[in-house]
Design a protein. Structure first.
Ligand code: CU
Length: 173
């Protein structure tokens, strides 16, 4: 799957998508992620990839049900680019995003033509998890809180970006 780039959407579309994500991210949905984390979704490299695919799939189902097929597949945010103002949520309070430009590149290791250097899903998942953790840390605030991170709308397009790499790896096998 090649997901569209979040930062190429119009400002209005980004604002709408961020608001739809906030509607979807109920306490139950947030708990799903936390329960999965406690079961290994942030330590087991295979579960990291499979759980987060399923997790963003739930949002995609919601977007289709609500009548927004234009946001499916979910757009991806590449963390080498800044977080747009519409996704600067929350932007006040102790949980606010601290850094909108984490400036983490997944290139060239995770470019499609280089993915064959990851021989197993475990190798790929481990490498992606490490880089992914750095993005969460550099953004800070709620994004650096494993229990609450999915409350930040940018969480979702970021995981969409990771899922695209996983997908590209799968089709190259
Ligand atoms: Cu994450």
């Amino acid at each position: 799957m090649s997901r569209p780039s979040l930062n190429n959407l119009s400002v209005d579309d980004r604002r709408l998508l961020a608001s739809l994500i906030q509607q979807y991210a109920t306490p139950q949905i947030i708990d799903l992620h936390w329960n999965a984390a406690q079961a290994g979704a942030h330590s087991d490299p295979i579960m990291f990839l499979t759980f987060h695919r399923e997790y963003i799939g739930g949002l995609e189902t919601f977007l289709l049900e609500q009548g927004f097929p234009q946001f499916v597949p979910l757009p991806a945010w590449n963390p080498v680019e800044p977080i747009s103002g519409e996704f600067n949520i929350p932007n006040v309070g102790p949980r606010r995003l601290r850094n909108l430009n984490p400036n983490v590149s997944f290139s060239p290791e995770f470019d499609p033509e280089n993915l064959s250097s990851f021989r197993t899903i475990t190798e790929l998942g481990e490498a992606l998890m490490t880089r992914h953790n750095l993005v969460h840390q550099r953004i800070g605030g709620i994004m650096n809180n494993m229990r609450l991170a999915p409350l930040a709308p940018i969480f979702w397009p970021f995981h969409s970006f990771i899922d695209d790499i996983y997908y590209n790896w799968q089709i190259a096998q």
